[in-house]
Structure formats: structure tokens, C-alpha cells
Write a protein that binds this ligand. Structure first.
Ligand SMILES: *[C@@H]1O[C@H](CO)[C@@H](O)[C@H](O)[C@H]1NC(C)=O
Ligand SMILES: *[C@@H]1O[C@H](CO)[C@@H](O)[C@H](O)[C@H]1NC(C)=O
Length: 208
């Protein structure tokens, strides 16, 4: 009986210590929209790049700035971050350090594991978000695009609901967020109020 109780308690505490968040959200940024009002000269990338991997809860408050046993060291991070998770504007290491402090610390992973996991989830759809949209005939350019068409293109590919996020004017497609359970399966992102108009711009490049 005592050993059973012990087993039960260790199971319970092991799990509760791991359950500090409910799911992951990976945010993919569209650099031309990000750069609308910023000087991104030289860093414009023709693909969606990682903004961050965020441990999320089903309800607020969201985990942020957690205490971690691990120290961020830029030299321990995977080299692929440079191409898949660039700072678009500013210093790459500053962005990675910020995202680690704000979100990575809540993942219970080491920095190396957290960034590797981010890269793995970024690659999971098998194509860049841009190519998933292109398959549904949605191409960056001058035309207005229906927000629901963007949602449908992603949903058709991953079979779950993404989040579509726009810039503060609600006019420009800024981010597409995809959610994962803790076993890396796609899941619907928690319900939210979209920050986009019914029709949005998906610019090919910015006017400098
Ligand atoms: C998030 O949810 C987990 C349980 O799933 C809980 O342990 C944790 O405290 C929550 N975080 C915040 C910031 O409320
Ligand atoms: C941090 O380390 C302590 C001592 O080894 C351990 O008890 C605790 O569970 C660790 N916390 C995290 C978040 O890994």
C-alpha cells in the first residue's frame, strides 16, 4: 500500500512539474509586412520566418518570463537559426535571448533543446507557409486576399485551425500561428479575436 501510494505520488508530482503550460504556439512572420514601417534594408526574406515558439495555456494568464535552471548561451544554439529565425531587423542574438527569456524559460527545456524544437516544428508542415498558400493560389502581390481563404489554405494542409494575425492597421498579413500539443501534433489554436480585416494585403515587397 505504501509503495503504491509512493508510485502514485511520484507520478503525480512528476506530471505536475512538467505541466506548466498546455500547448505550444509557433509564430511565423511575413517579413515584408513586418518591415512596412521599419527600415529592414538588406534583411528582406522571401519566406515566413520564426518569430517565436510560445508555451501557451488554454486560458489567461499566459506563461511568460519563467524561472529556468539553464543559462542562455548564443554559442550553444543551432546554426540554422540564422536562416529560419533571423531578427529581420536588429541583432539575431538579441531576439533569440529575448524569446528565450520571455517564452523559452517556460518550456522546461534547455536553450539548445528549445531552439532545436522550434526548428523542428517550423519544418513540420514540410513546406514554408508561403508555399502552402501558393498551393491554394494565394501569392504575395498587389491583390487583396480574403482572410478566410488564408485560414482555409492552412487548415487544408494541417487539418487544424491556425491564427491569422495582422499589423495594427488590420490591413497587412503579419503572422500565421500554428499550434501543437505536447506530442508535436497539430492542434486548433485557442479561440481568439482576429486582428485582420475581412480582406488583407499580402505584400510581395515593401516600398522603401
Ligand atoms: C498554465 O497552466 C498550467 C496547468 O496546465 C499551470 O500549472 C500554470 O500555472 C499555468 N500558468 C499560468 C501563468 O497561469
Ligand atoms: C531546477 O533544478 C532543481 C534542483 O536540481 C530541481 O529540483 C528543479 O526541478 C529544476 N527546475 C526545472 C524547471 O527544471
Amino acid at each position: 500500500m505504501n509503495s503504491l501510494l509512493f508510485l502514485f505520488l511520484s507520478f503525480f508530482f512528476l506530471h505536475s512539474s512538467l505541466a506548466n503550460f498546455d500547448f505550444y504556439m509557433l509564430s511565423h512572420t511575413w517579413p515584408p509586412s513586418f518591415c512596412l514601417k521599419k527600415n529592414c534594408k538588406g534583411r528582406l526574406l522571401g519566406k515566413f520566418t520564426i518569430h517565436g515558439l510560445w508555451p501557451q495555456n488554454n486560458s489567461s494568464p499566459q506563461p511568460a518570463g519563467c524561472t529556468s535552471n539553464y543559462t542562455f548561451k548564443a554559442e550553444d544554439l543551432p546554426a540554422k537559426l540564422k536562416t529560419d529565425w533571423p531578427a529581420i531587423i536588429g541583432d539575431d542574438t538579441d531576439l533569440w535571448k529575448y524569446e528565450w527569456n520571455e517564452h523559452g524559460t517556460c518550456s522546461m527545456l534547455t536553450p539548445n533543446e528549445y531552439f532545436k524544437h522550434s526548428l523542428a516544428l517550423y519544418g513540420k508542415p514540410g513546406k514554408n507557409i508561403k508555399d502552402i498558400l501558393a498551393k491554394a493560389k494565394i501569392k504575395a502581390g498587389e491583390e487583396l486576399v480574403k482572410r478566410t481563404d488564408i485560414e482555409a489554405a492552412i487548415k487544408n494542409h494541417i487539418k487544424k485551425e491556425p491564427q491569422i494575425v495582422c499589423d495594427p492597421t488590420k490591413e497587412y498579413l503579419l503572422e500565421i500561428r500554428i499550434c501543437y500539443d505536447k506530442s508535436d501534433n497539430y492542434k486548433d489554436c485557442a479561440s481568439y479575436t482576429t486582428s485582420c480585416n475581412e480582406e488583407v494585403r499580402y505584400p510581395y515587397r515593401i516600398k522603401l
